[in-house]
Structures are given as C-alpha cells and as structure tokens.
Design a protein around this ligand. Structure first.
Ligand code: CA
Length: 381
C-alpha cells in the first residue's frame, strides 16, 4: 500500500454566550485541526492534532507543507519508520509543541489505516483491551462569563454532572488561592463525598503557592491537582509533590519519549497525562506507556478536541495496562471534555454517548469512526 495524499481541515466555531475562562485567559472560539491520509488502496485514515492557544493553521501547515510531501509513496503500515524519519526531519527546531502535534495527527491517521486494512480496532493492534468501556470524568467547571454568581453557576454545573452519572469531575483553579478554596468548598458540599473531584491550575502558580493551595484543599478530598506549576519547572513539580498529600498530575504540555523521560526519571508527578494528539500519536505514546510502566507511575491520558481525538484516545485507553497489576486494580479515569464546543460531535458520523458514567470503546476497524465530510468541508476555513 502507498500513501497518495494528505489533506488537512482547520475548523473554527464561535461559542459566543458560552465563552469560558480559566487561569490563563477567556475563550470565545474553538478550533480544531484534522488530517486525512489517503492511499492507493482507497483506504483513508484520519487524525487530529491537539490544538490550544495558537492559530490552528500552523499545525495544518506543518502537516501539509512539511510532512505531507515526505509521506508520498510511503507504505502507511510502516508507522515506526515513518515516525522516526518525520521527527528527525524537524528535530532541530521542532522537538516539542505544535510540530509534534502535527506529527501526532499523521501517526493517528496511519494507525487508522492500519486498523482498517486489517479489519481490526487499533487496540487489537496495540495488544488487546484491558477494558471495553471507559469510566469517564467530566472536564468542565471553567469560569462562566456573564453570570450573576460564579459559584452558584459552578455548583449547578457540578450537580448536573453528578445527575448525568459521572463519578468524577474536574474544576479549574488558579484564580488565586482564596478564590480557588471557595470554589472547591462549594462544589464539594454540593456533590457530596462519593464523587471524585480533581482540580487543574493550568500552571498558574509557583511551587510555594501550589503547596499552600494543595495543603488547604486536603480537607476537601481532592483526588488530583493538575498542572500546579509551569511545565518547564520540573524541580517545582518535585517540591509540590513532596509537600502535597493530594496526587500531582501533569504532562499535557510535554511531548515524546524524550520529554516524558524527564518527568518520569525525576518522579515529578504521581499521574502522567500525555495527550495522544500532542505527545506523538500511538507510535510514540506506546513508548511513553512502556517507560511509565517500568517506573510504576500511572498514566491517565489528557483528552481534548473533537470526536476524532476522543475516538483515538478511547483506543489507547482500552490498551492501557494497570500500574501495577494486582487482583483488584484501580480503574483509570477517562477525560471527557464537557466544555462548550460548537462542532465537537458533528465532525464524525458516529456519536459517543455516556451511559451510567461509562463510554463504550468502539470495536470497529481502525479508530472506528468516519468523518462527516459534508460537515467538515462546509465548516473548514
Ligand atoms: Ca488540564
């Protein structure tokens, strides 16, 4: 089989009155970068590049202008060989960030082709399913804009997730320690003790502030504290982790086995959170999973984006081993973004529905999805 074409789609939609904020900024738009790789055997694969913050078209340009020409006539089943050659092509100036997100999208599309060519879901190609459904936690509880009472709005949203059947949810913090504590306190009171509550500062603090916050949040039984400090501050992560009784999570801003090597070797986090659509796609994340398992550090993937990224992450999630294996293993949580998004579900023909707190993991070939080309082509920039 040979690769005959690479196409990208940059999608953008406004969320207007549902705009939301977190510790870094407020957003009114959502963007996504999808890529489609076609072959001479009429099998096409689809992938998504993690996007947040910069113009999405940068990732699309890297896919189409830099990697696209290098992929022509290559056998799409040679995923490792292709990954290494593309990475090496941009290595000098592209070891992290948007370059690796672009590479991730291509790698995911190649695995989709590989699965479709063999008639198997990707998790089978990775070695099988440790689970066939994913226990979802709700990512939401951003700072709502233009509401009379933020705490009241957050509490209503949290109670809504509980009523929908979520057994866990994640709240944004990083607005200042007192404000953070007041949000956590109100939500914990409203949802009761049974539901897992996580907090995410999106690297808003230095290590001493993060330690202060972690200690104040202990009495509210917070399950993990995500991105307490900036991703470059690995020593800060270690300081926070030593002085926090709440688990420390991070990794959505880290890339490839080389980046995760540092997080793992320093034991900077209790939970690693690589994003499949950012850290390097299936080929690379399996290496990160192997390193994490050798260090016995649990890995709970970061998930963000459209149904394409979601479908890919579900395939990975099926194949995530337990760290460590035991008779009654802890069940990992799957990140299920519930924040406002104008086209998250529209880009695929297949829909994902949570039932009793779980998402089914598709058993169809490849990623188990088909792009809704009519919608995607109509809304692409
Ligand atoms: Ca996060």
């Amino acid at each position: 089989m040979k690769i005959t074409g690479v196409k990208t789609y940059v999608l953008q939609g406004m969320i207007e009155d549902q705009s939301f904020g977190w510790s870094q900024r407020v957003t009114r738009t959502r963007q996504s970068v999808l890529c489609e790789v076609s072959t001479d055997e009429k099998i096409t694969g689809v992938g998504e590049a993690f996007y947040f913050g910069g113009p999405a078209k940068i990732a699309a340009n890297i896919i189409s202008d830099v990697y696209g020409p290098l992929l022509m006539d290559k056998d799409p089943l040679d995923t490792s060989v292709i990954w290494d050659s593309l990475y090496n092509w941009t290595r000098d100036q592209g070891m992290k960030g948007v370059t690796i997100s672009a590479l991730s999208a291509i790698d995911i599309a190649l695995w989709d082709i590989k699965g479709k060519a063999q008639g198997l879901p990707i998790f089978k190609l990775l070695g099988g399913a440790y689970r066939h459904k994913a226990r979802a936690y709700a990512t939401g509880l951003y700072e709502p804009q233009n509401v009379p009472n933020v705490i009241e709005a957050l509490v209503n949203e949290a109670v809504g997730y509980k009523e929908e059947g979520f057994s866990g949810m994640k709240l944004k913090v990083g607005y200042g320690i007192d404000k953070d504590v007041s949000y956590v306190k109100a939500i914990r009171q409203a949802i009761g003790e049974e539901i897992c509550l996580m907090v995410d500062a999106n690297h808003a603090y230095n290590s001493s502030e993060a330690i202060q916050l972690a200690q104040k949040l202990e009495r509210f039984d917070v399950y993990w504290f995500e991105e307490p400090v900036p991703p470059e501050d690995l020593e800060g992560y270690c300081e926070v982790r030593k002085k926090s009784n709440i688990l420390i999570a991070g990794g959505e801003c880290e890339y490839t086995r080389y980046g995760f090597r540092n997080l793992i070797n320093l034991r900077a986090v209790d939970i690693l959170q690589p994003d499949l659509c950012a850290a390097g796609g299936f080929t690379e994340i399996m290496k990160i999973v192997a390193m994490a398992s050798a260090a016995n550090i649990p890995l709970i993937p970061h998930v963000w984006g459209t149904n394409v990224g979601l479908a890919a992450s579900l395939q990975l999630f099926a194949n995530l081993p337990h760290f460590p294996e035991r008779r009654f293993p802890a069940e990992p949580f799957f990140e299920y973004d519930r924040s406002a998004h104008p086209f998250r579900e529209e880009v695929t023909l297949e829909k994902f529905v949570m039932k009793n707190g779980y998402l089914d993991i598709p058993e169809r070939p490849g990623l188990g999805i088909n792009l809704n080309l009519k919608f995607v082509e109509k809304h692409a920039l």
